[in-house]
Ligand binder design. Structure first.
Ligand code: C5P
Length: 233
């Protein structure tokens, strides 16, 4: 199974993003494009980054009625991204519709992963705001198994939840994990964090790394450190 480091390109303009990617010269990191950049720069930024030879995780977290998600996923699929996502809270039916929409006529499709519970949602908030009474780990494992049942490839979760997800859904079910920090660095606003090396040990398939690379004095060196630690290269 391919393991990789995905750089979260949390920039608000195409120009800033492309200037950042220019630093990498002949390296072509897997990049994550989120809502901020997609809504400001549009599908053209996806096409441009793809044309430069990068793999793309388009992190738009779709959550709507199944028919709308099916049709929207068909549009994203034609952008030729490599990975995209939905909210598992949209139900198994919605996730199945996402798989259908994403699947191209030749049967191929980008990887599709589901957000279980956002890491910004605490157990207390879930109980109070969402009226979900189960323990948060039980909710995460249940949503992950719903995603597996719908035919998705994996989930986005904290690296500390990877083993829980793998136990419930099998070792080939992908875990894509943000919340990564170097051992000697600040945690910023992330709470449940771990290092690239530890994420590998506890079962992450893809780590999503933002500020430790984008805000580093030498982003290329920081990215290479992530690769070395995570892949053991
Ligand atoms: O800068 P940092 O490494 O914290 O960036 C992590 C990236 O992963 C950001 O794009 C953030 O939105 C995203 N993310 C996260 N936690 C989640 C889901 C996504 O940090 N549960």
């Amino acid at each position: 199974m391919a393991k990789d480091v995905i750089i979260a390109c949390d920039f608000s303009s195409a120009e800033e993003t492309l200037d950042f990617l220019d630093l990498f010269e002949d390296r072509k990191p897997f990049v994550k494009i989120g809502m901020e950049l997609f809504y400001s720069a549009g599908p053209e930024i996806v096409e441009e980054i793809k044309a430069r030879g990068h793999k793309i995780f388009l992190d738009l977290k779709l959550h709507d009625i199944p028919n709308t998600v099916r049709k929207s996923m068909a549009v994203l699929s034609s952008l030729d991204v490599d990975m995209t996502n939905v909210h598992a809270a949209g139900t198994i039916e919605m996730m199945k519709a996402a798989v259908e929409g994403l699947t191209r006529v030749d049967g191929s499709r980008p990887l599709l992963v589901a957000v279980t519970q956002l890491t910004s949602t605490s157990e207390e908030r879930m109980r109070r705001d969402l009226l979900i009474d189960a323990p948060i780990n039980e909710v995460i494992a249940h949503y992950a198994s719903n995603a597996a049942e719908a035919g998705l490839d994996g989930v986005v979760c904290s690296p500390l939840e990877s083993s829980l997800v793998k136990e419930r859904c099998g070792s080939s079910f992908l875990t894509v994990t943000p919340g990564i920090r170097f051992a000697d660095a600040a945690s910023d606003d992330q709470v449940r964090i771990t290092t690239p090396a530890r994420a590998r040990e506890i079962g992450s398939d893809y780590i999503v790394v933002g500020r430790p690379v984008t805000a580093a004095p030498d982003p290329v060196a920081a990215y290479e450190r992530c690769l070395r630690e995570f892949l053991g290269e």
